[in-house]
Write a protein that binds this ligand. Sequence first.
Ligand code: CAA
Length: 263
Amino acid sequence: MEFVKYEQEGFVGIVTIDRQKALNALNSQVLEELSDTFDAIDLETTRCVILTGAGEKSFVAGADIGEMSTLTKAEGEAFGKKGNDIFLKIEKFPIPVIAAVNGFALGGGCEISMSCDIRICSENAVFGQPEVGLGITPGFGGTQRLARLVSPGMAKQLIYTARNIKADEAYRIGLVNAVYPLEELLPAAKKMAAGIAANAPIAVRNCKKAINDGLQTDIDSAVVIEEKLFGDCFETEDQKAGMANFLEKDKEKKLKVVPFQNK
Ligand code: CAA
């Protein structure tokens, strides 16, 4: 891989977009490498993924404007599909994905962060959907996910005005969960990922699926989705060990890390 790096630390996978000469902008090659990287993650040994950008300036500065500049209508639509396919892969990835946003998250950069389960960012982060200033719409899910994550009115204001916002405003509108000094961002993401990885992996995966699938439908159907995924946890080693530890009231056992199974 030229532009996407992967490291494994315990149960946590770290995916880094590394195309620093273009502030980690997403061209076709980066998108393909991202797709291949997620496909190659071993779900037997990985329980949480962190997605970040290389360097201290930019998470992802958007889709590659040079590559887009000469596209026809049909090619533009196909480029949008290419981005949407990989972002959907991240959104539906069976285990949680945390975006550690270390600088510019513009256009496709904001959009890829929104396909992750959780966003945290550094104090120098800048979010925005500048596309209308370039004569296009947000094309990697921005018109859909921003309106779902923050209020529709706020999403429309940000998209129509193409105004960039800093980390504190992204926090205030609920786009990110927390803001850290740059040097503390990755350690904080790793700490959160390790906390997730210490919990029962089947239960965590089922929570992700229940939340994601439930948000796509009405509440009556959503609670049925929840019931099935709740029931699916029973009879697993995780459920038996987790509940037995509690019921045995054995302090040592309660504190012991349960040898959680994976699926
Ligand atoms: N595509 C291609 N190249 C990009 C890029 C992008 N999105 N963003 C930055 N770069 C390149 C620059 O062209 C420059 O390359 P050269 O050194 O070869 O000239 C290099 O990265 C460094 O960028 P700047 O010199 O511009 O750095 P800066 O600090 O002055 O500005 C910035 C930083 C404000 C992020 C500015 O680079 C910028 O505005 N970038 C574009 C942001 C943008 O509009 N993103 C949305 C793209 S459209 C999109 O994403 C569509 C979609 O929804 C799918």
